[in-house]
Ligand binder design. Structure first.
Ligand SMILES: [Zn+2]
Length: 679
């Protein structure tokens, strides 16, 4: 429940958000708009698939700009572009390059993010790295249609490779992709009855349905709809699970059979489904299950089911950063529980798909909450080290016991592959796919600004090439400027999302204020767009103190969550090739409480070279905190915030940073019982 904030903060925030006139003038576009590649036409759902309000633009149509480009460049200079040079699992001996090394999911995971990164940055060296995996994969197909490393016939890693290949086709138009997919899907239709989905593939079937639908929209082969139905039948019934949700508390090892000393680490046969259905990454992938299936079924109830799914996960396992706890399994609501990096990027991708299918703007708010908080939080500034599990209240990252459901002693350390290497291979898709989904095509022939970050877009409306440039320091600021550059005047509806947190939106076109009444979360502008038309958006909003059901307080402004930075003492545990594994210990007190009603000031600073860094936070909040006694480390982490904190010292002003900036932090605070006087 939001708390009132001071009048001073209100005035400042309102003035800042409305100050469009103060925005820097736009430089003209550098280059004349280029036509979108002929290889990447807009593709809408082919009958009998259900129409959807938005369709993602082909990969490559949207390029990062401003701070987002800097973030992708950091990824490319870090593990994102150089992982293969220091981690054999995606190196030259990968099974997905014809070698004898790792032949399961890691090569496809890496490629799934490397491909869009390489093309979005137009980086020839990265493109060449990605191309090697593509070439080997395309050449690996056998006469029966199966492809990939012969040493491993699991359906699951192929589901990931299909996600990569569909992007590659959108980027290049390479016809070999359609041939490989057609032959493989024909093979699967024959082979699945005798060799059905199991384990990961069974719980992640919806990821393959995305690729099956993608191909059906290009070929119209009716066998593909049969295959989609077969995958659904053999796959786990996620929608049924959430109809009456049974998993309402932190998963115990016992509940999933991991407490048996006779078979350590092995989930017994009878508990495999329960274990996989409380698995954090499976749940993240499953967020797309009902919407994706609704495209095939045409059933509005399927499309709407994601709301119940998210509602149950929030209610029983929700963290203050827009996702549930899952360290490895669903872990309840304590802000000291962790969430795995794979779950963050898979939830983002699922929600990007679900946003296109449902048009639900609340899903866009959630994508931004993940992308602008949880995603960057779990990396060092240079993206050369990451965590397996991040915690909202993270006051030490040290080898040893933790409060985890089932994860091990390295789970929240920063490094090359802390705990397990899946996240090392899989994180790459996070930023590039966010970029891909910033704008979408609408079913009525228009364009929609679905997520906000600086970017350029090259696409078509009908047969007219349209370029646009979106300039903004969102989420650090609440204003966005869009310059349209159609090759010739063209009429189409332009939809602009109004974030759920915005109290009010102001929209101008060429300086003229427009009626900004949002319908289903989008303001719609219908007009003939001409070269140089400029749309400006401002979202009025105030910093907020948010109380959880447990009474904990966290702080938000726009799409950003804020946290108290704890002083960090970093030490190298061991070198790991081009990177290292690190521990981080606290060097300042973190046990503080906040009072309801305290004033919150919002202060904007320059957006630094590393967008989410504690060295140069682009916006901070200041408020008042009170030292408390009795809030201590338990089981290697901060105990849940005490219900009735005991104040042990004088109030002091504190500066809160965007959640992702400090790697040691407090995000959910104990709340004092008595409100302080308004200042
Ligand atoms: Zn992982």
């Amino acid at each position: 429940m939001p708390h009132p904030i001071s009048r001073r903060a209100l005035l400042r925030a309102t003035t800042a958000s409305a100050a469009l006139a103060g925005m820097a003038p736009l430089a003209p576009l550098h280059a004349a708009p280029r036509a979108a590649p002929a290889a990447a036409p807009l593709t809408h759902n082919r009958a009998p698939l259900a129409p959807q309000p938005f369709q993602p633009l082909p990969t490559g149509a949207i390029r990062p700009a401003g701070w987002l480009r800097r973030q992708l460049e950091i990824q490319a200079r870090g593990m994102g572009g150089r992982l293969d040079e220091t981690w054999p699992d995606v190196g030259a001996n990968s099974g997905w390059l014809g070698g004898t090394g790792e032949s399961w999911e890691r090569g496809p995971y890496f490629l799934d993010g490397l491909l869009p990164l390489a093309w979005q940055l137009d980086d020839a060296a990265l493109k060449a790295k990605a191309q090697r995996f593509v070439e080997w994969t395309l050449a690996s197909q056998r006469p029966d249609g199966m492809f990939g490393p012969a040493s491993n016939d699991d359906w699951w890693p192929r589901m990931v490779m299909l996600k990569a290949l569909t992007q590659y086709h959108e980027l290049t138009g390479d016809p070999r992709v359609l041939r490989l997919m057609s032959a493989y899907f024909a093979h699967q239709l024959k082979a699945l009855p005798a060799r059905p989905l199991k384990d990961w593939g069974k719980f992640r079937w919806q990821d393959q349905v995305v690729s099956v639908v993608w191909l059906y929209n290009r070929t119209g082969d009716a066998g593909l709809l049969e295959l989609a139905a077969l995958l659904k039948r053999q796959g786990y019934d996620w929608q049924g699970l959430f109809a009456d949700y049974p998993y309402r508390t932190k998963t115990s090892k016992r509940a999933i059979g991991l407490d048996r000393p006779d078979v350590p680490g092995e989930v017994p046969e009878g508990l495999r489904d329960p274990a996989l259905s409380v698995h954090g990454v499976n749940n993240a992938q499953a967020l797309k299950a009902s919407p994706v299936w609704s495209v095939v079924s045409g059933d509005a109830a399927d499309r709407a089911a994601i709301r119940r799914q998210l509602g149950a996960l929030d209610r029983y396992h929700g963290l203050p950063i827009g996702i549930y706890s899952a360290d490895e399994h669903l872990a309840g609501r304590s802000p000291s529980q962790g969430v795995e990096l794979c779950a963050i990027v898979e939830a983002m991708y699922s929600l990007e798909q679900a946003l296109a299918i449902t048009g639900d703007p609340a899903l866009a708010d959630r994508i931004e909450r993940l992308a602008y908080n949880a995603l960057p939080a779990t990396f060092t500034d240079d993206m050369w080290a990451h965590q397996y599990d991040q915690q909202p209240n993270q006051v030490r990252c040290v080898h040893g016991p933790g409060p985890w459901t089932t994860n091990g002693p390295e789970s929240n350390m920063f490094g090359l592959e802390p705990h397990f290497g899946c996240c090392t291979a899989n994180f790459h898709q996070g930023w590039p796919k966010l970029t891909t989904h910033l704008w979408m095509a609408s079913a009525d022939g228009g364009l929609a600004a679905t997520l906000y970050a600086p970017c350029t877009v090259e696409t078509r409306v009908g047969d007219v090439p349209v370029a646009l440039r979106q300039e903004t320091d969102y989420p650090f600021r609440h204003t966005v400027a869009i310059t349209l550059e159609p090759e010739r005047p063209v009429a189409f509806p332009l939809r602009l999302r109004v974030p759920g947190w915005a109290e009010r939106a102001t929209v101008t076109v060429n300086g003229q204020e427009q009626p900004a009444k949002a319908a289903q979360g989008f303001v719609r502008l219908d007009r003939t767009w001409r070269r140089g038309d400029r749309v400006e958006l401002a979202f009025a909003s105030l910093p907020r103190a948010v109380r959880s059901a447990e009474g904990w307080t966290s702080f938000e402004d726009g799409a950003l969550v804020f946290a108290l930075p704890v002083e960090e003492r970093w030490s190298t545990l061991r070198p790991r090739g081009l990177t290292a594994d690190y521990e981080v210990r606290p060097a300042s007190d973190w046990a503080v409480a906040v009072a309801p009603g305290a004033a919150i000031e919002r202060v904007e600073r320059a957006v630094g070279p590393v967008p989410f860094s504690r060295r140069s936070p682009a916006v901070v909040l200041t408020t008042t905190a009170y030292p408390v006694s009795g809030w201590a480390i338990v089981d290697g982490a901060a105990a849940p915030p005490p219900e009735s904190p005991t104040v042990s010292g004088a109030a002091r002003p504190v500066t809160l940073m965007p959640y992702a900036a400090p790697k040691l932090r407090v995000t959910a605070f104990p709340t004092m019982a008595i409100p302080t006087a308004q200042t």
